[in-house]
Ligand binder design. Structure first.
Ligand code: SF4
Length: 109
């Protein structure tokens, strides 16, 4: 399974976290939704591999704790999504296809 690139149509914004939107459903600790809009990370797919944090040239991602989530106890949060330069490295390196990047979404939230 990969992140749904149509999540804007298929999900609702249910929260805000560190300046970015959270797209539901969210039911902690098992279900955490998608964080971010321009740079979107499906927290329910993220296994905390860390390649995105290592490879992003502008340090968009930060670890956040996700205790008791079935996939991983930390998640790659797109904390600085406004810095994204759309290089697509994170999309390419994510082993579980948890990330989608689309600058066209950025201004619509
Ligand atoms: S597309 Fe590139 S700049 Fe944007 S978050 Fe991913 S790795 Fe960082």
């Amino acid at each position: 399974m990969a992140i749904d690139p149509e999540f804007e149509q298929n999900r609702e914004i249910v929260d805000e976290h560190e300046g970015h939107d959270v797209w539901g459903p969210v039911e902690e600790p098992d279900e955490l939704g998608i964080h971010g809009t321009h740079v979107a990370v499906d927290f329910d797919l993220c296994i905390a591999d860390g390649a995105c944090l290592e490879d992003c040239p502008v340090d968009v991602f930060e670890w956040v704790d996700s205790p008791d989530h079935p996939e991983s106890e930390i998640k790659a949060d797109p904390a600085e999504e406004a810095q994204c330069i759309d290089c697509m490295l994170c999309v390419d390196v994510c082993p579980v296809d948890a990330i989608d990047v689309d600058a066209g979404r950025a201004g619509r939230t």
